[in-house]
Design a protein around this ligand. Structure first.
Ligand code: IPD
Length: 239
């Protein structure tokens, strides 16, 4: 069986060379740990790894069994592939632009349900404890529940949440306040599984905006978006 990590690595080298890198190691990195030291994350046209080594830090600390490693690769600001390893489940999700999405060796696809009342939606309370933001998050959850939907869930890791959309276990996931390294890999996986990724206002997805909605279908995304109370969030690339 092919080693997916080696496959991803070789693919990154291949793309980096095509993008004009003189050495396979001439690449940029954006990651949670480096960002906390340097401040703003600027995505350039250079081949760039976008990495979260531990997505679900609170889960990890408390032993709540959803933690993921999230690795994406971008060239010319376009996401080329994403790999999410869901550690406790021991499942490797991957998506490569134009080539589909997989969980281990199995091809995955989003749910074909377009009925919001038969849908399960994921969202998270996030990490910000600002009172006005928490109120908006709670109010949004209430409005979505009362649509009504089948349920609201959350695994505590954005990368895994996106894989739940990609594999058809839920219809949508959105969050305001996430970071680019939480969602970069998942964005490729969802799109390659046939889903949509956009802003929480229905506009185009902006990796640095700290806002993300993904769904099995635009109809579901747009119905959920009607209930989202948007609040301001600093961008990842703010200076
Ligand atoms: C967090 C997780 C969580 C989400 C937070 C993220 P981290 O990432 O993805 O699900 O609600 O907004 O910051 O800090 O565990 O890498």
């Amino acid at each position: 069986m092919a080693d997916p990590w080696l496959e991803a690595y070789n693919f990154a080298i291949e793309i980096a060379k095509k993008a004009g890198a003189t050495s396979p190691f001439q690449r940029d990195f954006i990651g949670e740990e480096s960002a906390s030291k340097k401040g703003a994350c600027i995505l350039t046209d250079e081949p760039t790894w976008i990495i979260d080594p531990v997505d679900g830090t609170t889960n990890f600390v408390h032993g709540f069994p959803f933690v993921a490693v999230s690795i994406a690769f971008a060239v010319n600001k376009e996401l080329e592939f994403g790999v999410v390893y869901s550690c406790f489940e021991d499942k490797l999700y991957k998506g490569r632009k134009g080539q589909g999405a997989y969980c281990d060796e199995e091809s995955i696809q989003v749910s074909d349900n377009k009925d919001i009342k038969k849908s399960v939606i994921i969202s998270e309370f996030g990490t910000d404890r600002d009172r006005s933001k928490v109120k908006k998050i709670c109010s949004t959850m209430e409005r979505i529940l009362l649509i009504p939907v089948h349920g609201i869930r959350g695994t505590g890791t954005a990368a895994t949440n996106m894989c739940m959309v990609a594999r058809g276990s839920v219809e949508a996931f959105f969050e305001i306040g996430i970071h680019c390294w939480d969602v970069a890999a998942g964005a490729v996986i969802v799109q390659e599984a046939g889903g949509v990724v956009c802003d929480v206002n229905g506009g185009p997805f902006d990796l640095m905006s700290r806002r993300m909605m993904c769904a099995n279908h635009a109809d579901i995304a747009n119905r959920v978006i009607k209930e989202i109370e948007i609040f301001p969030s600093d961008r990842d690339d703010h200076t």
